[in-house]
Design a protein around this ligand. Structure first.
Ligand code: ADP
Ligand code: MG
Length: 312
């Protein structure tokens, strides 16, 4: 399951991020976004966490990364290597009692950013749809917050919510409660809640990790469809090699703790990428390239996976 929350906001419950000017004026999730390009720059990021015995564990070691809109950027690495730590840093979600980052800087749109950013929205694997709200109310939730009430006229956001529910195939489920939905449908509610805000930056932390293989493929396809209608800067964390190859314009491979950049490459193949492409020389070479990095000496016991089913 997944949950959408504003970058920097704390789940549970959906919340808000600033829509682009284009989004505010069009109000429909059908047309391509015309927002100015967003950018994220991580500079010399180091993250250390307290360890037993008063020592510290270095989880992220001098990471330098730049992202710019639009594009789907996959952050791939074994579990425990520091992917969520990095993503949360970009979204301004700070752990309690730990300075984040330990050193280095995060810039969004060229400005230093140490907290939540209005233009960034996060979607987590963990479930955070409000159980007491209907599907429609869950997607509309951000617009009940003061900030959003002031930013978007009521009639506009109501039609945005309706259109987004149709886009994720949940229009007929609008009056149901989350408990009456499947995991995949709940996950679509969370995605809809994030995308209805037309974020310029969408940060996804293993959003499909809890879904079964078939539902996961459907969710990936939906994300690609939504991205094509509404391009933005996506950073997508995964530990699944096939998912990274299916979705990414760019794949950044992290080594295990402390996370360093082991590889960073672009994929030119247009989406959707077929099973034939995954089996092609290009597809299998890229897969092998990633596996070689992940199995190199720098990689420890963290788990990675290769999905059994590639996209059809
Ligand atoms: P990943 O998302 O790649 O699985 P995380 O970024 O969640 O990895 O965590 C990386 C490492 O940092 C793990 O060993 C985890 O236990 C540790 N860690 C994460 N957050 C904290 C924290 N707030 N305090 C102490 N250790 C943490
Ligand atoms: Mg994680």
């Amino acid at each position: 399951m997944s949950a959408a929350t504003p970058a920097g906001g704390q789940a549970p419950g959906p919340s808000a991020a600033a829509p682009s000017a284009a989004a505010q004026s069009s109000g429909q999730p059908g047309a391509a976004a015309e927002a100015p390009g967003a950018s994220i720059h991580l500079q010399e990021i180091v993250q250390e966490y307290p360890a037993p015995g008063g020592s510290v564990t270095r989880v992220v070691d001098r990471i330098d990364l730049q992202f710019s809109q639009p594009g789907i950027n996959m952050l791939l690495g074994p579990s425990g290597c520091g992917k969520s730590t990095l993503l949360r840093m970009m979204g301004g979600v700070r752990p309690i009692g730990v300075a984040t980052p330990t050193s280095g800087t995060v810039h969004i749109d060229g400005q230093p950013c140490s907290g939540a950013h209005d233009d960034a929205v996060m979607v987590f694997q963990r479930y955070a749809n409000r159980p007491d709200l209907t599907v429609w109310e869950n997607v509309a939730f951000p617009f009940t917050l003061k900030l959003w009430k002031e930013r978007v006229p009521r009639a506009t956001w109501r039609s945005q919510v309706d259109a987004m529910l149709s886009a994720v195939g949940l229009a007929e489920k609008r009056d149901l409660l989350p408990a009456q939905l499947s995991g995949g449908q709940n996950q679509r509610v969370a995605l809809a809640r994030a995308l209805v805000l037309r974020p310029r930056i969408l940060l996804l932390d293993e959003p499909f990790g809890a879904l079964d293989a078939q539902t996961r493929l459907e969710a990936q396809k939906l994300l690609v469809d939504l991205y094509q209608r509404q391009p933005c800067l996506i950073v997508f964390v995964t530990h699944d090699v096939t998912e990274a190859l299916a979705l990414g314009d760019r794949v950044i491979v992290l080594s295990t703790q402390p996370a360093r950049i082991a590889d960073d490459f672009k994929i030119e193949e247009p989406r959707p990428r077929t099973a034939a492409w995954h089996r092609s020389t290009t597809g299998t070479r890229l897969e092998q390239r990633i596996l070689d990095q992940l199995h190199s000496k720098s990689v420890g016991p963290g788990s990675i996976s290769v999905s059994v089913g590639a996209p059809a």
